[in-house]
Design a protein around this ligand. Sequence first.
Ligand SMILES: Cc1ncc(COP(=O)(O)O)c(C=O)c1O
Length: 359
Amino acid sequence: MEFRSVEYMEWAKLRSAAAVNLSQSGVTGLSLKDLPIGLDGCDINGDHPYGYPPLLEAIASRSGTVPDAVVPSLGASEAVFLACAALLENGDRVVVEKPGDEPLLSCARAMGAEIHRWERRFENGYGLDLRDFEASVPDGTKLVLMTNLHNPSGTFLPRDHIRALAEGARRKGAMVFVDEIYLDYMDAAHSRTSFGAADNIFTASSLTKVYGLSGLRCGWILAPAPLARKLRRLVDHLFVVHVFIAEQIAARLFPHLDAIRGRNRALFEANRRMVRDFVASESRLSWVEPPAGILAFPRVEGPLDGNGLADVLMRKYDTSIVPGGFFEAPRHFRLGFGVPPDVLAKGLANIHAALAAHI
Ligand SMILES: Cc1ncc(COP(=O)(O)O)c(C=O)c1O
């Protein structure tokens, strides 16, 4: 195992802040006073080494599965790590989507896996071309790592496409891990987990992005029983108990999650229209419009690529977007538009000015 630095994470933690910040992929964080629950009776210590049963039940019931399939994790970040550590050994073949979230790639790499890539193509709306996908998955592949909604583009793969992809992966011997941390940006009809769509799929999510509850570190994996057992054995290497106070708060919040995610829906729709009009008015930008959520991954034509644009915006306009290079797509930039409309308008005006100054 070799742990190299994760460039994007370091940038996001230390260098992404700006007066106009369009680099965020989650909603504004909630504080205790915003929560629709009381905290009476919450305590520090509980004796639930494999997770607080009411929370496991709440996750299972919201996901249409059983508590035995739920492995709690410290956010989706730990879930990605556990998925790689449980399935990959030195030299194992793994397929990672591209463009993609750097930790998926860096975790697989840290396990010593042989990395292969599935290109999700801009020209194809970042969707699934099954033949292309199967051609990217060598025989004997252990694991395919992907996101839905796709990070960075925010695009959605319907459940039946993920099933088809998983069947293709199974023909090569692979499990498919779907990081669904952004999936709940979709409406209730489209945010059903792909866990259970095929028996070689397992998934992860958390309350971070869509619900503004990052600090609870409430994440989970949904996995078929044998894999869930293996993941629990892996957690035995890490800690004895979970963060009980956070588990209790999360369990109490589950009945309110739909109301919490509904709060911002109208704002995000209006902001997406603002971004759509903006992209249409900028001859050097093109994009695949995401169906929901707050992420987009526009492409830039001309002398400045997405990395250059991000650099100019940060230096001259105190404006932050995510350079596409962090997702191995330097012509692009990731735009997080889940901000108040006036902030978005200011950020888009700054992008326009930066593009206009570099003809
Ligand atoms: C695809 C993806 N997975 C996981 C995470 C981290 O999730 P969490 O805050 O739940 O650990 C992120 C955050 O940037 C992400 O984009």
